[in-house]
Design a protein. Structure first.
Length: 395
């Protein structure tokens, strides 16, 4: 295919999103709505729109008609006739649910079992929406805060002793496995009793330090207040978890079985095509504690910050330890250019500056492109330094 195509993201107005960051990114005036996520991809229910000669068309529909040329034969063979990844820009104002994702084998088994049980895909208690794993890579666009993996046991011990005194006596050994198992086996009234105690302790002091779990626990209590004395069990799970602070440009990776929760900030996120999420708190949605504990990785702390690979000063690769996808960040100085070509479809997201795509075709800051397989693209900057991401799958 000889062309590249402008791509318009599908916006998710989830309540936890901020009001300004994504509109500003897209060059839109804020309209009072929360803009949580901008999706760049071919998700069947929330596809991006592609600009073609006749107007706009959902990317998934267009790919269905042009799979071999758009994706390349190798991609179709490996992943089927669909775009294998989803790229997002996220603006997290209020903290998201604690969750983990199953690995590929676990997803296949879980999906099959729920099919056999006849649980409809749309049922609120359905855990497995597909048979794929859901590795996630994120690159911080601002100071970004998340909970990821387990904290050291000595820190957890200190937290429990100061915030829920007596809880440690409930377990026979102090390990991530036994503490998590205890939290998820508490009866409702026991859980509420411990959370009430936690709330009482937190009320003693106001904390401004975001590296202190108390700060986020207070925020969680405000975001997910107890309804009729019924507390969110995620408050206790938070006591186990490690706080990560990513600076702009730093990257992280969510491995299978690792608990994580986004707390605050903006990022670019790249993931495989899957909706398989097992929730572990901070949510009114369905939680399946048995499945959660089955897939929870308690062997390692699970914290994963991803080191970027510098191919050159102006070309950085973020590649998670899965053979699914990668993202490159390019930096163009005035007067230089970059030649881009991949053996499968990719999505370009302009982060800073206006890009010149040959022959005066300008891609403004914040806009995006769908690039078919093997298309050679010559990119320079219109004025000043420019930065952009390209996400692609691995064949
Ligand atoms: Zn996740």
């Amino acid at each position: 295919m000889n062309s590249v195509y402008r791509l318009y993201p599908n916006i998710q107005h989830y309540a936890w999103g901020g009001n300004e960051y994504i509109p500003q990114w897209l060059g839109l005036p804020p309209d009072g709505q929360p803009y949580a996520e901008a999706w760049y991809g071919a998700h069947p229910t929330h596809p991006s729109n592609l600009l073609i000669e006749d107007g706009v068309i959902p990317l998934n529909d267009w790919i269905a008609d042009h799979a071999a040329e758009a994706l390349g034969q190798e991609s179709v063979q490996k992943y089927g006739p669909r775009l294998p990844f989803l790229l997002k820009v996220l603006d997290v104002k209020d903290m998201l649910s604690i969750q983990l994702h199953p690995d590929k084998a676990g997803a296949m088994v879980g999906f099959e079992e729920e099919n056999i049980k006849g649980i409809p895909l749309s049922a609120s208690h359905r855990n497995y929406k597909d048979d794929n794993h859901k590795p996630e890579l994120l690159i911080a666009l601002s100071d970004f805060w998340m909970l990821q993996g387990f904290e050291n046991l000595s820190v957890i011990k200190d937290r429990l002793e100061s915030l829920v005194p007596g809880f440690l006596k409930q377990v026979s050994e102090i390990s991530w496995q036994s503490l998590m198992a205890k939290i998820w086996s508490l009866e409702e009234d026991e859980k509420n009793e411990w959370c009430w105690q936690l709330q009482t302790q937190l009320a003693q002091a106001f904390i401004e330090d975001k590296k202190n779990i108390r700060y986020w626990l207070i925020k969680a209590l405000n975001t997910y207040p107890p309804a009729e004395g019924n507390f969110d069990r995620g408050l206790l799970v938070m006591l186990m978890m490690h706080i990560h602070h990513l600076k702009p440009g730093e990257a992280g990776y969510q491995a299978p079985g690792v608990l994580h929760a986004y707390l605050e900030g903006q990022n670019v996120e790249l993931m495989s095509n899957s909706d398989n999420v097992l929730r572990g708190g901070l949510t009114p949605k369905h939680i399946d504690a048995v499945e959660l504990m089955k897939h929870l990785n308690t062997d390692s702390a699970g914290q994963c910050i991803l080191d970027p690979m510098y191919l050159m000063d102006d070309e950085i690769v973020f590649s998670p330890p899965v053979p699914d996808f990668l993202i490159k960040q390019f930096i163009i100085q005035p007067g230089t250019k970059k030649l881009i070509q991949f053996n499968t479809a990719s999505i370009l997201l302009s982060q800073h500056g206006n890009l010149d795509l040959e022959e005066g075709n300008v891609l403004p800051e914040g806009d995006s492109l769908f690039i078919p397989a093997y298309k050679l693209l010559d990119v320079s900057s219109v004025d000043g330094m420019a930065k952009f991401f390209v996400a692609t799958s691995i064949i």
